[in-house]
Write a protein that binds this ligand. Structure first.
Ligand SMILES: Cc1cc2nc3c(=O)[nH]c(=O)nc-3n(C[C@H](O)[C@H](O)[C@H](O)COP(=O)(O)O)c2cc1C
Ligand SMILES: Nc1ncnc2c1ncn2[C@@H]1O[C@H](COP(=O)(O)OP(=O)(O)O)[C@@H](O)[C@H]1O
Ligand SMILES: [Mg+2]
Length: 390
């Protein structure tokens, strides 16, 4: 043996033992598979592999490493692995794997071929790194980001809706305000002019009418914002619907009389009490009856029915008025939705009443409001409330 060969051999010996020591004490898993044998069985795993996977080496030597995949044999990274193994190339992937105890972990696998002197692939070396913490943190971050984005979108939509509401409210308040300003202008005394009492009475009447509309509008808007902010709390208790309706009838009849519309009630006998907020349900009924009168022709009837239906109580307000075209029915319960149907005596509309009704009714457990209508024949608005249970 000449000098150089001897020193090379010594070097190799040192390097081999060092290499073995490095592999045995490495923190990453190191595995070697025999590429010449069928199905590429493992012929070596280091202690870190045993530690990461929970499998002792005697249970895995001679097996293909796919046992770590459990049921996750269709993951995308495996295509990369198969291609690299077939082509004798390196690759790096993150795979979903399972420890011996069944616990899932994320395995960052680095694969490289080992070649003989002639360049043929004889083995593959795999280096495993448990990156579960990193991947789970990334996944949590992605989830959070998605949530934030959805939250942002919802906020933006809510903001747009608020702006739209504000725009519509401002628009609706501007008209009556302009009328009031005009009336005030005409009522302002002018030097040398004697006031016309008839004109004064007319102007005052208009001011009152327009101010009333604005007051209604502002009250409705306050209700809508209260409901949207979740600050409208319902005080539910036993509520006798028969009594509630009977007490409102004189008021309904009085306001309908001006148009010659008749209002009648048909309540089933022995109705059990509803579990409801009486004052708020009165508000709902007031709006449904005022709508029925508003959109009915003179001398047509409006009927209020209350009856038991399965485990609930159903109140219906039935009119034989103008009805609502089918394509306009969906938006009825949204704020400021007014259909092409107009009040038969030129009554004003805020388009907020039904939106408030829906929120109030749906605020009750199992509460529902519905509409059935036939264009030109009439409409039935009805709502369901739960039965009171002591
Ligand atoms: C040396 C080596 C180490 C491997 N280590 C892993 C591993 O830790 N986890 C894993 O899911 N697959 C590992 N694989 C890949 C699988 O053994 C197998 O090649 C892969 O599932 C694709 O082949 P298949 O479609 O026949 O299952 C390793 C492959 C080799 C050659
Ligand atoms: N009984 C009804 N018959 C026909 N149309 C109706 C009836 N009730 C409601 N509507 C339609 O629904 C719209 C919204 O009603 P609502 O929210 O109570 O507002 P408003 O009473 O201020 O118009 C009304 O403007 C009208 O177009
Ligand atoms: Mg109304």
């Amino acid at each position: 043996m000449d000098k150089t060969t001897a020193s090379e051999t010594r070097c190799e010996t040192v390097a081999k033992s060092l290499l073995a020591g490095a592999v045995m004490s490495a923190g990453n898993g190191v595995t070697i598979a025999d590429a010449r044998r069928p199905d590429m069985p493992l012929i070596f795993v280091n202690p870190a592999f045993e530690h990461i996977t929970g499998y002792p080496s005697r249970e895995v030597i001679g097996r293909n490493c796919r046992f770590l995949q459990g049921r996750a044999t269709r993951q995308r990274g495996l295509t990369t692995v198969r291609r690299a193994l077939t082509a004798g190339r390196r690759c790096s992937v993150v795979l979903e794997n399972f420890r011996k105890d069944g616990a899932r972990f994320w395995n960052e696998l680095y694969l490289a071929p080992i070649r003989d002197r002639r360049g043929n692939v004889t083995h593959f070396v795999g280096i495993q790194n448990d990156v579960t913490r990193r991947i789970e943190a990334e996944q949590a971050e992605t989830r959070l980001r998605r949530k934030l984005r959805a939250g942002n979108r919802a906020l933006q939509a809510a903001n747009e809706q608020k702006n739209a509401l504000l725009g519509m409210a401002a628009h609706d308040i501007r008209n009556p305000l302009a009328v009031i300003m005009l009336c005030v202008e005409m009522l302002t005394p002018r030097p040398g002019k004697t006031p016309d009492r008839k004109m004064q009475a007319k102007m005052l009447g208009r001011i009152k009418q327009n101010a009333q509309f604005m007051l209604q509008m502002v009250n409705d808007l306050l209700d809508v914002t209260k409901i949207d902010a979740g600050t409208l709390s319902l005080e539910c208790a036993a509520c006798d619907l028969r009594t509630l309706i009977r007490e409102r009838m004189p008021m309904y009849r009085h306001s309908a009389a001006a148009k010659g519309v008749t209002v009648q009630s048909r309540c089933a006998p022995a109705l059990p009490p509803a579990y409801a907020d009486g004052a708020r349900i009165t508000q709902v009924l007031d709006n449904l009856v005022s709508n029925a009168v508003k959109f009915s022709h003179p001398r047509s009837p409006v009927t209020i029915r209350a009856q038991r239906e399965d485990n609930a109580l159903r109140v219906a307000v039935i009119d034989r008025g103008q009805g609502i075209p089918e394509d306009e029915r969906q938006r009825l319960f949204e704020p400021f939705s007014r259909t092409s149907v107009r009040g038969t005596a030129g009554e004003s509309s805020t388009g907020l009443g039904l939106a408030i009704c829906r929120k109030i009714v749906e605020g009750h457990p199992g509460g529902r409001i519905d509409v059935e209508s036939e264009f030109g024949k009439g409409s039935t608005f009805s709502f369901r409330l739960p039965v009171y249970r002591a």
